[in-house]
Design a protein around this ligand. Structure first.
Ligand SMILES: NC(=O)c1ccc[n+]([C@@H]2O[C@H](COP(=O)([O-])OP(=O)(O)OC[C@H]3O[C@@H](n4cnc5c(N)ncnc54)[C@H](O)[C@@H]3O)[C@@H](O)[C@H]2O)c1
Length: 456
């Protein structure tokens, strides 16, 4: 039997009872409700155009403005808008700072940022300074630890909402397992694992600012390449740490109430040697290709351990430079059983046969989250198996109701700060580093507010 909404809310209330004893002050002002929201999108590359297409499907969203610096990406975005039959928004381009004109657009309710990582923090900060009360950013929040603090402090000072669009928190199996965790099926949670284990070699290298410019497909990055190979690969060149932690950590952080009665206390990271990117360039472009001389800094596999104040441990892996099938490698283990997503297996003591794995499918169906039960039709055609629907939906519904976004600036800062902290740990010889408390002590009082029902 599927879980009813009433059961679900009751079970969450029981699971979270310890968190509800003290009422925290709400840092953010409630805003008036509205039926339609005006959005601007900065960055209409491959990710931004996905958000654009989903937003155009909604009757409660008006795309008021878009901005990008790449003509090809803008042409694709305009084509998507034309096909939707909706009016063409204002288009800002021509310089890396054209987004400032977008931010000055009258009556913007919210802005979505889907640009390269190094632009996120500056664009969020300027959006907040421009008076925009709802800012959504693609993963990640910033580059340095200071970026993360700056965004948190600016959101608080402006009484504004900053939501990181961490879509994996809404993956159907992840939400079903969250449902199981909240109903105590695994007992008390002890250990969690997740990561970003995705062969990105074809994303980090491509050939062709233009296909006929003599570049070698599979061996180029930077100025000669497009989309993520244009910028993301530079992070692998100059940085060694968990460069993409949020898809793995966001879902498991929600399962142990991080910033809602629990918090990350410390972190240590380890990295392997660096081989995969060089090997790929040689394979695709040959030993004589100029990029075969490039020495990348990013270790092929970066492993991070986090200790939580309530006694759980979390293990994250960043693994993007070598051949492998995709997997976020989730494992959620408690005193009574566990889920492992690679094996698609669940074991629950007293229900599963002794020492035998159950196929996860039967459990995930039984504990399907109320959000998926209600919105699965609307997720059809949305990216990443439908989960992309929920991040935009949550952002838009929060604006309409003038409430908090389902994931907030503390979630964004906490999950994303793993990158600079892991870099610091590796740089210091794999030392344990203290995890900052972006909530300034409010984690002790904040209530569990993520995915409590079937609305958003
Ligand atoms: N959540 C997910 O599943 C998911 C998937 C893919 C990408 N992402 C994230 O989305 C973001 C964008 O990634 P992408 O794959 O779309 O990359 P992309 O390179 O395809 O798109 C980025 C766009 O930003 C534009 N841009 C760069 N500087 C700009 C500036 N100053 N002003 C305006 N536009 C600017 C580029 O021209 C480009 O069109 C990244 O943070 C990435 O990590 C998330």
């Amino acid at each position: 039997m599927p879980t009813t909404r009433r059961d679900f809310v009751k079970n969450v209330s029981v699971a979270s009872a310890g968190l509800l004893m003290t009422t925290p002050s709400n840092l953010f002002a409630a805003l008036p409700a509205k039926s339609k929201v005006r959005l601007g999108i900065i960055g209409t590359g491959f990710r931004g155009e996905g958000h654009l297409a989903l937003a155009l499907r909604r009757a409660d969203v008006e795309i008021a403005a878009i901005c990008d610096v790449d003509d090809r990406m803008l042409a694709r975005a305009k084509n998507i808008i034309d096909k939707s039959g909706k009016p063409m928004p204002k288009v800002f381009t021509g310089s890396n700072y054209a987004y400032r004109d977008l931010l000055a657009t009258k009556d913007l309710d919210g802005v979505i940022i889907a640009t390269p990582w190094e632009w996120h923090a500056p664009m969020i900060l300027e959006a907040l300074s421009a008076g925009i009360k709802y800012v959504a950013t693609e993963v990640i929040l910033g580059i340095t630890l200071q970026d993360h603090w700056d965004v948190v402090k600016a959101a608080e000072a402006n009484k504004a909402h900053v939501m990181m669009l961490e879509n994996v928190c809404y993956r159907r199996d992840v939400l079903a397992v969250l449902n199981m965790v909240r109903q105590g099926m695994f007992g008390e949670i002890l250990h969690l694992q997740g990561g970003y284990q995705h062969d990105l070699r074809g994303v980090k290298f491509n050939g062709g600012a233009s296909p006929d410019n003599g570049t070698v497909p599979g061996a180029e990055f930077g100025d000669k390449a497009f989309s993520e190979a244009h910028w993301r690969t530079n992070h692998s060149l100059h940085r060694n740490g968990d460069l993409y932690p949020t898809h793995g950590v966001g879902p498991v952080a929600m399962m142990v109430d991080i910033n809602r009665g629990n918090r990350f206390m410390s972190l240590s990271s380890f990295s392997t040697k660096t081989r995969g990117l060089h090997n790929y360039i040689v394979k695709e472009g040959g030993e004589s290709h100029p990029n075969a001389k490039v020495r990348f800094k990013l270790g092929d596999i970066v492993t991070t351990q986090i200790h939580c104040t309530n006694g759980e441990t979390i293990l994250l892996q960043h693994d993007t430079n070598n051949p492998r099938p995709y997997s976020l490698g989730f494992r959620v283990q408690g005193t009574n059983g566990l889920w492992m997503d690679v094996a698609n297996s669940i074991y629950v003591e007293g229900v599963s046969k002794d020492d035998e794995w159950d196929s996860a499918d039967q459990w995930l169906k039984k504990y399907d989250h109320p959000l998926w039960q209600r919105w699965s039709k609307e997720t059809e055609g949305a990216g990443h198996g439908g989960m992309d629907f929920f991040v935009l939906h949550g952002f838009v519904e929060a604006i309409k109701r003038g409430t908090n976004t389902p994931m907030n600036v503390y979630d964004a800062a906490t999950w994303s700060a793993i990158t600079p902290l892991s870099e610091a740990s590796i740089e210091a010889g794999f030392q344990t580093v203290e995890f900052p408390d972006f909530t300034s002590g409010q984690w002790m009082y904040r209530k569990n507010d993520f995915a409590l029902g079937d609305e958003f």
